[in-house]
Design a protein around this ligand. Structure first.
Ligand SMILES: Nc1ncnc2c1ncn2[C@@H]1O[C@H](COP(=O)(O)OP(=O)(O)OP(=O)(O)O)[C@@H](O)[C@H]1O
Ligand SMILES: [Mg+2]
Length: 254
């Protein structure tokens, strides 16, 4: 796989506080990269800079060989899915997905056809005429994903897209997302607090801490060969949490 993105020496300073501390990494074409790290370590800031909602204090974002750091959001070929679905409340499912497509394609029928195609792909074809308030959290997130996919971005950024869902829904949507990614080969960069999610979905996982990248590697290496104490503790703490939640649910002392 060739590199689709190269992030070079990215720095972000907010009010004299260094939020991203000179980070560099690459993302391959078609890769699923998860970002893990504690609250406040700079994950969302990184995504906002990649898509262009925020400007970095310093550094370059090279996409297909070109520095896109000064390029407008709409010209970067990226889409983003947030935790809170951000659907238009006064539009149906179909209208939500078709809205941006109408502007892009300048043709209502073609836009609706393409929107329908995407909604089928996320198993929402039975809900086309419903409004967001008539949907479950998982269904709303499927619409948000379809809306982003419909514009055919090269890269989709996800900022904790499952965190408002219950465990069952999360598992179902996680499997669907994996299938979708395997089918479309869209490059995905995915922030999550859920290590299991990161390890099961990703080609590689990036562990961040306080504006730095501690390690970026395939899940197996992160898990079995953590590069330093920080990553080791991060992975181990998750296991301890997991065991104690199983103990709580089952009453069995592990
Ligand atoms: N617009 C802003 N102005 C000033 N400081 C900001 C701004 N946005 C983020 N920060 C600060 O930057 C740091 C990183 O924030 P960020 O939202 O990137 O964290 P995060 O890793 O996504 O955390 P979480 O897991 O809680 O979502 C935090 O200390 C935050 O307070
Ligand atoms: Mg965040």
């Amino acid at each position: 796989m060739a590199n689709l993105l190269e992030i070079n020496n990215l720095i972000k300073v907010y009010n004299k506080k260094i939020v991203l501390n000179n980070i560099s990494f690459t993302v391959k074409d078609g890769e699923f990269l998860s970002i893990l790290g504690p609250s406040g370590c700079g994950k969302t800031t990184l995504l906002k800079i990649l898509i262009g909602i925020e400007k970095p204090t310093n550094g370059a974002i090279i996409k297909k060989g070109k520095n896109i750091v000064n390029l407008d959001v709409s010209k970067r070929g990226m889409g983003i899915v947030f935790q809170n679905y951000a659907l238009f409340p006064n539009m149906t499912v179909l209208q939500n997905v078709a809205y941006a497509l109408k502007i892009k394609l300048k043709n209502k029928n073609n836009a609706e056809k393409a929107a329908l195609e995407m909604l089928k792909m996320v198993n929402m074809e039975e809900h086309l005429k419903k409004y967001p308030h008539e949907l479950s959290g998982g269904q709303m997130q499927r619409v948000a994903i379809a809306r982003t996919l419909a514009l055919k971005p090269d890269i989709i950024l996800f900022d904790e897209p499952m965190s408002a869902l219950d465990a069952d829904n999360r598992l179902v949507l996680r499997k669907e997302l994996k299938k979708l990614q395997q089918k479309l080969h869209t490059t995905m960069i995915y922030i999550t607090h859920d290590q299991e999610e990161a390890f099961s979905l990703s080609d590689r996982v990036m562990v961040m801490n306080d504006g730095n990248i501690e390690q970026i590697d395939i899940p197996n290496v992160i898990f079995n060969h953590p590069k330093n104490d920080y990553v080791r503790n991060f992975v181990t703490n998750h296991l301890i949490e997991k065991v104690s939640s199983i103990e709580k649910c089952t009453g069995i002392d592990l």
